[in-house]
Design a protein around this ligand. Structure first.
Ligand SMILES: [Zn+2]
Length: 389
């Protein structure tokens, strides 16, 4: 018990089921959570803790209480683009629609609304990627109560001169552990820039993220230099004399040394067994965004095969430019509906709690309910309960 020597009052939450996500006792029946300030003071069976709470106890009834959710991939900077991009017409049409919109003009009201949506479903932390409005998003996140990792995104085929150029406008990223780097994608960010980002991240022990193997057109472009995305990008973002690496995205990312246990690979829809083996060997975490994939119409990620191989999985909503809302439970429900065979509840919830907390370096303070962890919680919706064992 940690609460008696702190000044703040203790309050209790009683619930029929509590998913603590602790390794030794992940699920409690008729549990009690004691909260003090913004931390968990204790968690255990109600019968053991009922006399330890001097403050009010709220009884949540027959619900399943879980840790606050961690959305492993968003772009808050696109919150003003909801309903304005091409839906269901494939990746190239989606990119074309995005390019016609004012991507760098996100407003405070859209950001506030997006964060309200995140909170409503029990999200306590986001891994956010920003390339167009880094200062605005950083300032905004600093003044919210949302926990976050902010990935500054490198984009463009002019190789970066040095790491300062990539980090600009952030002068001292070393001093804020919440800041990380992201490469936009293999086809849109120069390989030397991607390697600079990854090397810096390794040196600072920070996660690195990249959109990887999202659309069939990305695979065409990387392997053959042809296809719809090549037609769109050659002579604009990519030089006319662009030479494709000639291998598919996962082996190419591996050749560039971008894949290790601190890399978060976003999407991984267009992958085969040999790619999954590479991801497994490197210990890379994959962030699935199934509703964004469906919105754009790029296919379904082979998450059952990733799971069978033991690749750590997270879930992200991606942005409101390719999703209808930022409800992470919606992402999990969509994923579970893609397979007739139910998986255990604890494993499903790991994808939105423990696994993202680990890759962001925030485990067990986030992603679990145990003494000392953050006092953030969520309730498992009925639709999830129907899809799990
Ligand atoms: Zn994204």
């Amino acid at each position: 018990m940690q609460h008696p020597d702190r000044g703040e009052s203790v309050r209790g939450l009683r619930c029929k089921h509590i998913l603590t996500m602790q390794e030794d006792r992940p699920l409690l029946e008729d549990g009690m959570l004691l909260l003090q300030g913004n931390r968990v003071a204790d968690v255990g069976p109600y019968r053991e803790l009922k006399n330890d709470c001097p403050g009010p106890v709220e009884d949540l009834g027959p619900e399943i209480l879980a840790p606050g959710l961690i959305n492993a991939h968003t772009h808050l900077e696109f919150s003003h683009l909801r309903g304005r991009t091409a839906q269901g017409r494939g990746f190239v049409d989606w990119v074309l629609s995005l390019l016609q919109l004012p991507m760098a003009e996100v407003d405070e009201a859209s950001l506030e609304e997006a964060v309200s949506g995140l909170r409503e479903c029990g999200t306590s932390c986001i891994a956010d990627v920003t390339g167009h409005s880094p200062e605005k998003i950083n300032r905004f996140l600093q003044q919210t109560e949302m926990e976050y990792a902010l990935f500054k995104e490198a984009l463009g085929f002019q190789p970066a001169r040095d790491i300062q150029e990539i980090w600009s406008p952030f002068p001292d990223p070393e001093e804020d552990p919440r800041l990380s780097l992201s490469g936009h994608a293999l086809y849109s960010t120069h390989p030397r820039t991607l390697q600079l980002c990854k090397t810096w991240s390794q040196g600072e022990k920070r996660p690195f993220s990249i959109h990887l193997a999202e659309s069939p057109e990305e695979v065409d472009l990387i392997t053959t230099g042809k296809g719809g995305l090549a037609d769109l990008l050659l002579g604009t973002l990519l030089p006319e004399d662009y030479v494709p690496p000639g291998v598919s995205p996962i082996p190419y990312a591996d050749q560039l040394n971008l894949l290790d246990q601190d890399t978060l690979a976003i999407h991984c829809v267009q992958i085969e067994d040999k790619d999954i083996e590479i991801l497994r060997e490197r210990g890379t975490t994959v962030c699935l965004c199934p509703r964004s994939n469906a919105f754009i119409n790029v296919g379904v990620p082979p998450w059952r095969a990733l799971r069978a191989a033991g690749v750590p999985l997270c879930l992200g909503t991606d942005s409101l430019g390719s999703n209808t809302d930022l409800n992470l439970w919606g992402e999990l429900i969509s994923l579970l509906e893609q397979s007739p065979e139910a998986i255990p509840l604890q494993e499903a919830v790991e994808m939105v709690t423990v696994n993202p907390a680990r890759i962001l370096g925030r485990y067990p303070e986030l992603g679990t309910l145990q003494p000392g962890s953050m006092a953030s919680t969520s309730l498992v919706p009925r639709e999830v309960r129907h899809q799990v064992t």
